[in-house]
Design a binder for this molecule. Structure first.
Ligand code: GLA
Length: 339
């Protein structure tokens, strides 16, 4: 039985994909067989959707309505559509992978930062343009969107060009626009990493989720879940999952991987055990109703593609598949948790 079949009674199983995953036939087959949710690893982020050439060449025309292009993400949308794989959209807003020029008057870094009203308009019209495209060309394909990513740092709202230009309420404008322009039923998420750390968990709960929920602007919490072999402690993970779950919001694990730089048999067995423990916690929360988990997405398909090797500057073996799409012991241990 595949991951998506085994977990179907509980939640979707997803994967973040890059170009090889939608062009190499064995990767494509593996995705079709195992997963029923798909996220673009990079290609739907603002730096790829904002049309740099057009905005920079005609800044006056696009001052409040940024020009957008979907050439880079279209192959991913087509693959998902052809194979009937529902998608998570990632991400409408972020401080990272959003070009600096976007925040300046005249889209020019030589000029001062744009003012609050201009940036609110740019943010909302960007989101409007993304949904106009998706709603007309790929209706019903994207069931959930990360509306904003990673806005919390050091027990505060992260200082970024968003807070500098708009102020700390910037994310409300994004969620408002996402709600307004998405089709009814589209799930809107806040997404962040290290969400088991107590101050971060509590800040997100109090300052992000509850205020957004009160306005009816958020449907889900994305726990990215970039884990290591010893962090977080799973009791903290479970506590955070239940705390986010207590809001009544949908929970997605949006970017799951477990960094491990040792691919010896013993270490890959330890990885399998850690995955197994994690899935038992997630399944338990779902079954008892303490957290309404609806999707768990792995961040990349194969060990060889993992972003972690670059990020950690050491080869990482963090996932369920490797080499020529072979399943690792962790794959079987995850499957076993639903038996
Ligand atoms: C964050 C982002 C992802 C991705 C990972 C690293 O978690 O949300 O889009 O960039 O970092 O690959």
């Amino acid at each position: 039985m595949s991951l998506k079949e085994a977990f179907a009674p509980y939640f979707k199983m997803g994967v973040a994909v890059a170009i090889p995953d939608i062009t190499v036939s064995q990767n494509m087959d593996l995705i079709r067989r195992e997963f029923n949710s798909m996220t673009c690893e990079n290609n739907m982020k603002p730096m790829y959707i904002l049309d740099k050439k057009e905005n920079l060449e005609n800044p006056e025309a696009h001052d409040l309505e940024p020009a957008v292009t979907f050439e880079i993400c279209r192959p991913f949308l087509d693959f998902a559509k052809e194979n009937k794989i529902p998608m998570r959209g990632h991400t409408l807003g972020w401080h990272n992978q959003t070009p600096k020029w976007f925040f300046h008057e005249g889209y020019s870094e030589e000029k001062p930062l744009a003012g609050r009203e201009t940036m609110i308009a740019r943010l909302q019209n960007y989101i409007k343009a993304v949904f106009a495209f998706i709603n007309s060309e790929y209706p019903d394909l994207i069931y959930a969107w990360d509306v904003f990513n990673e806005i919390v740092e050091d027990n505060a709202f992260r200082k970024s060009l968003w807070t500098e230009t708009i102020g700390e309420d910037f994310f409300f404008f994004a969620f408002e626009a996402a709600r307004k322009y998405s089709t009814p039923g589209t799930q809107l998420f806040y997404n962040d990493y290290d969400t088991s750390i107590d101050w971060k968990r509590d800040f997100i709960y109090e300052k992000v989720l509850l205020p957004l929920k009160e306005k009816g602007l958020v449907d889900g919490m994305g726990m990215q879940s970039h884990l290591t072999m010893d962090k977080p402690d799973f009791s903290d993970y479970k506590f955070a999952l239940e705390k986010f779950g207590s809001t009544g919001l949908i929970i997605h694990m949006t970017e799951l991987d477990i960094h491990n730089n040792d691919n010896s048999e013993a270490s890959m067995k330890a990885l399998a055990d850690r995955y197994s423990e994690l899935f038992k916690i997630i399944l338990e929360a779902k079954k008892t109703g303490t957290a309404n988990v609806e999707c768990v997405t792995f961040w990349n398909l194969l060990d060889e593609e993992s972003w972690l090797s670059g990020f950690r500057k050491e080869t990482s073996y963090p996932l369920l598949f490797h080499k020529n799409c072979e399943a690792k012991e962790a794959y079987y241990s995850v499957l076993k948790t639903v038996e």
